[in-house]
Ligand binder design. Structure first.
Ligand SMILES: Cc1cc2nc3c(=O)[nH]c(=O)nc-3n(C[C@H](O)[C@H](O)[C@H](O)COP(=O)(O)OP(=O)(O)OC[C@H]3O[C@@H](n4cnc5c(N)ncnc54)[C@H](O)[C@@H]3O)c2cc1C
Length: 374
């Protein structure tokens, strides 16, 4: 069992300054714990890439992943209120609801989360999503799902909230090795942009290195799934709801920008950059869902790496090294799950009892859960 961190002078190290790293650093700092975030490259974080859908129901999640998603969705308003209060910045939370279109009533009724949505016929679909291509004859409206502007607002607000709460940042610092003694974390070896190697001692650290987590701890089954995205400028008021189609979604921001995503490339490894095939896939997806959107002017194109695991659920809690806590592998629902993850991991690491609903899910998200399968 891992010892809990305290407010002693040796800071807790957060390994990775992406979404999980910032969210956990913020919660730890709110508990009065000294925290230093070690961040290799701010801009590569999936937290700056994601579409920001808060969509446990529209994603059709099931089992413990659905439960974690629902618990996190319920915590989003209070989590965002904390960040906004600490930073003085808006996070861009919007309760737009999300519509999932289907080609038949049967397909709709078989959707894993159908019981949580309002069924729509074609006429109702057209009212919710004017311009939707004619082959979509049925839909589910999940009005409890929503979105947050992670890319332009949430990440900035989190950074600012962390600084306001006294979190220290080392940007451009790569953690190269975890140091341990008889299974207890002792420190990390780092390299900065000038090439200087350092050793930082610590007895508590949070592994928040996203898709790269297995590079630090090869026992972890985390791998990258690349996603390419783009944004379009819409005519005023063109889209009210998020559209979550198979393979393609549209997420309308308040200022008329629509985020369109995303490819899901399991064989791309860590190859950076846009590809003609990825962009063609996005264009085809746009045409299949909302043909008029093909004429909306593109604004920006970008890509990133989802931290995926074999069952697409995160790795949470204890690790094979005492003192090293895991918060990685959230795949395509990390924005949704960041609030609950940060609460849970900060409670565990600080020795507070996590709330029962989250604690009950911990066995489902152990790092070694695949080992116990026959
Ligand atoms: C295309 C796309 C669309 C998505 N859409 C959604 C969505 O709509 N809704 C949703 O809920 N989720 C979405 N996600 C998922 C979400 O973005 C991720 O699950 C989440 O950002 C993961 O957070 P993280 O902190 O684990 O990883 P990241 O945010 O990727 O952060 C990891 C950080 O660790 C740093 N790092 C790595 N290795 C080291 C090291 N050795 N030393 C120091 N630093 C290191 C990296 O530089 C990086 O900054 C999407 C993701 C992608 C790629």
């Amino acid at each position: 069992m891992t010892a809990a961190c305290s407010s002693s002078s040796e800071p807790v190290l957060v390994l990775g300054g992406g979404l999980m790293g910032l969210a956990i650093a913020h919660q730890l700092a709110r508990k009065g714990i000294a925290v230093t975030v070690l961040s290799r490259r701010r801009s590569e974080a999936a937290g700056f890439v994601a579409a920001g859908m808060l969509a446990p129901h529209a994603e059709g999640l099931s089992g413990p992943l659905l439960q974690l998603g629902q618990l996190s969705l319920g915590r989003v308003p209070s989590w965002v209120a904390q960040i906004e209060a600490d930073s003085g910045l808006p996070c861009g939370l919007r309760s737009t609801g999300i519509v999932v279109p289907f080609r038949s009533d049967k397909e709709r009724d078989l959707y894993p989360t159908a019981a949580f949505g309002e069924p729509l016929d074609r006429e109702q679909l057209e009212q919710e999503l004017p311009g939707l291509a004619p082959e979509w004859s049925a839909g589910l409206l999940f009005s409890q799902d929503g979105q947050i502007d992670n890319r332009r607002q949430l990440m900035r607000a989190l950074e600012s909230a962390c600084v306001d709460r006294g979190v220290q940042f080392q940007e451009g610092v790569e953690v190269q090795e975890l140091l341990q003694n008889h299974g207890q974390l002792k420190g990390v070896r780092t390299r900065d942009l000038e090439g200087t190697l350092s050793t930082l001692s610590c007895s508590q650290a949070m592994l928040c290195s996203g898709a790269w987590s297995a590079q630090l701890l090869p026992e972890l089954q985390v791998f990258p799934v690349k996603g390419q995205m783009l944004s379009l400028q819409t005519p005023r008021g063109a889209l009210r709801r998020v559209i979550f189609g198979p393979g393609t979604y549209f997420v309308p921001r308040e200022d008329g920008l629509v985020v369109v995503g995303a490819t899901s490339e399991r064989n791309a490894g860590f190859n950076e950059g846009l590809t003609p095939q990825g962009q063609t896939t996005l264009q085809q997806g746009i045409a299949a869902l909302l043909p008029e959107a093909i004429n909306w002017p593109p604004m920006e194109r970008w890509w990133g790496f989802r931290p995926c695991t074999p069952d697409e659920g995160p790795l949470l809690g204890e690790s094979p090294i005492a003192g090293l806590w895991l918060a990685c592998g959230h795949h395509r629902n990390g924005v949704l799950m960041a609030g609950a993850t940060a609460e849970l991991i900060a409670d565990l690491a600080s020795g507070s009892a996590p709330r029962k609903d989250l604690a009950a899910l911990l066995p489902s998200f152990r790092w070694d859960r695949w080992r116990s399968e026959p």
